[in-house]
Design a protein around this ligand. Structure first.
Ligand SMILES: [Zn+2]
Length: 147
């Protein structure tokens, strides 16, 4: 019982923190004028377990919050996720339409292993930005091989 309520507290605290961060984030149109949409494609690569979580695609419009912290797809993971905010900022500052990279989840595997064992789920991400009348850049998966 005590363990369960401790676990719930860990999740609740984190969710509240995330939520208040989300609330304080301005709208995309205010931070990134001229940006019509931000799309984030994610694939996951779990080195320790069998099977990877489903890929994700998220699209944000100008009215939505400029908050790009993606929750870890592992339900048990504590304080995990992928903060792509700085990456999105870099892409828009460079007026680029496409960037990709990877991040490893720094959350804890589950409440029982809090403080002991990290999640380490790897996310490969692709950020696509649509400006004004442009369209999304093709995802790298569809870029034809030169020659
Ligand atoms: Zn995680």
């Amino acid at each position: 019982m005590a363990g369960r309520s401790k676990a719930e507290k860990l999740y609740d605290d984190w969710n509240q923190q995330r939520h208040s961060h989300w609330q304080k984030s301005p709208a995309i149109r205010n931070v990134f004028p001229g940006v019509e949409a931000v799309r984030i494609n994610l694939t996951f690569d779990d080195l320790e377990k069998i099977g990877n979580p489903q890929p994700k695609q998220l699209t944000f419009g100008p009215e939505q919050k400029a908050f790009f912290h993606i929750a870890c797809p592992f339900r048990e993971c504590v304080r995990g996720g992928f903060d792509l905010g700085p990456e999105v900022l870099d892409v828009v500052r460079a007026q680029a339409t496409l960037a990709r990279g990877e991040q490893v989840c720094q959350g804890w595997e589950n409440p029982e292993r809090f403080g002991e064992h990290r999640c380490w789920l790897r996310a490969r991400y692709e950020i696509q930005i649509k400006y004004g009348n442009t369209t999304f850049a093709p995802t790298l998966a569809f870029v034809p091989i030169a020659g």
